[in-house]
Design a protein around this ligand. Structure first.
Ligand SMILES: [Zn+2]
Ligand SMILES: [Zn+2]
Length: 429
């Protein structure tokens, strides 16, 4: 630990010890007032007011919700801490004083915790002198949508000039006071594919005179996943699983139209890039043998979050100082999606798992019963503050400056939301 990390890190520890109740109050306020993706107006105003109150100058994102704020005296390296601020369209089933006050809306993915943690880091660091660079806190909208509010953050340019980005996500499978880390992929990509087959229809007595659409659907159902397993490296974990099949009504009539819907999940980012082309080609090849007309609607979701080894190493130093080696665990790769993966288009990233289980029955994300042990809030603040300090120190040292940031590979025009599906259509996981 360098003297700067030691000194400012200890000051953050003191800040957390003195502000535990305030952190809980913030989290409970957010928890009671959830808002859906791109509609987080009250949440954004709340954050704006709190940041201004502590002498900071937040700027709204071009999307209208979400904001970014720079902490530090200016100059030096810039590192990003990212929180997501949106909630889910489901009922809060908990009987607690801070339960959601809004019918059909709940912070069931812990984004209230992520927001409280990054706000806490911003306020804590703003009260301290000697920060060796700039900590850019990004409060991002609409994580729970496809392709996710992270795409708007990347497109808006607010990440320009930063060297690395860090985030955390609640993990109810590990106890509060524990931090999960993993180098490489930590979440999965999940795309959606809808296949529509059409044909002339006809009598089941004479399939030779038409296209047997139900038979064609059956071939696609079994042959496409089967062929896929022989066309991709099994280690990429690419899988196609159908979730819906619909065609026909009468026992003796061949229908004119049938539809399949399924999800494509991929653990590997490179393989994900080629997934759409591969799926379209497999479906087209199998359908061609049947004579049916085929239309494929492929909806790309989010890429896997692939944790950069160096960024994880910085986070590990912070985690060891925060909770000690007995409480830093290896995190498993999740099949869930997380739009923070888009940040990796422009810089190295690392996402940590923040243990939130406080004992009692097992809890899971995206359920109305989800709650956290609020001791995790202080752990999160200390972890991300120290991570930022380590990263600033590393990026200030010439011997660790490393190669320049990778070139941008994906940057849609700012404000280009023309292809953004609605929250209802896109809610996932
Ligand atoms: Zn979620
Ligand atoms: Zn989440």
């Amino acid at each position: 630990m360098t003297p700067v990390v030691e000194k400012i890190g200890a000051a953050v520890d003191q800040w957390v010890a003195a502000n535990q109740a305030a952190l809980s109050a913030t989290r409970r306020h957010l928890h009671a007032h959830p808002e859906l993706g791109y509609a987080e107006f009250e949440t954004t105003s709340f954050l704006e007011e709190r940041l201004r109150h502590h002498g900071l100058t937040p700027r709204r994102l071009p999307t209208g919700t979400g904001l970014t704020v720079d902490v530090g005296a200016g100059g030096g390296p810039v590192v990003v801490l990212r929180a997501d601020i949106d909630a889910l369209p489901l009922n809060d089933l908990k009987e607690v004083p801070y339960a959601s006050t809004r019918e059909g809306l709940a912070h069931a993915c812990g984004h209230d915790v992520h927001t409280t943690v990054v706000l806490g880091v911003a306020v804590a660091l703003a009260s301290l002198d000697g920060l060796p660079g700039t900590v850019r806190c990004v409060f991002q909208p609409a994580e729970e949508t496809v392709p996710g509010g992270a795409t708007e953050v990347v497109a808006s340019g607010v990440l320009d000039g930063a060297s690395r980005a860090f985030a955390l996500h609640c993990d109810p499978s590990i106890p509060a006071g524990t931090i999960g880390l993993r180098t490489g992929p930590i979440t999965a990509a999940c795309d959606r594919m809808d296949v529509t087959l059409t044909g002339p229809g006809g009598h089941t007595a004479r399939p030779q005179l038409t296209v047997d659409l139900v038979d064609a659907l059956g071939r696609l159902i079994t042959d496409v996943p089967g062929l896929l397993s022989r066309q991709v490296d099994p280690r990429t974990g690419m899988s196609l699983v159908w979730g819906a099949v619909n065609a026909g009504v009468a026992a003796n009539a061949i229908p004119q139209r049938g539809q399949l819907r399924g999800t494509v999940r991929v653990l590997d980012r490179e393989a994900w890039k080629g997934a759409e082309e591969l799926m379209r080609s497999l479906v087209t090849r199998v359908a061609a043998a049947t004579g049916a007309e085929v239309d494929v609607d492929y909806i790309r979701g989010v890429p896997p979050v692939v944790n950069d080894p160096r960024a994880v190493a910085l986070m590990r130093s912070a985690a060891l100082e925060t909770v000690g080696s007995d409480h830093v665990v290896l995190s498993a790769q999740s099949m869930g999606g997380e739009d923070f993966g888009w940040f990796a288009d422009v810089m190295p990233i690392a996402l940590a798992r923040l243990g939130t289980h406080g004992g009692g029955a097992p809890l899971d994300l995206h359920r109305g019963t989800f709650d956290v042990d609020e001791r995790a809030l202080g752990v999160g603040v200390r972890l991300l503050a120290r991570t930022a300090l380590h990263a600033l120190e590393a990026d200030a040292e010439p011997q660790h400056s490393g190669p320049p940031a990778p070139p941008r590979t994906r940057r849609p025009a700012p404000g280009d939301t023309s292809s953004r599906p609605s929250v209802e259509e896109t809610h996932r996981r």
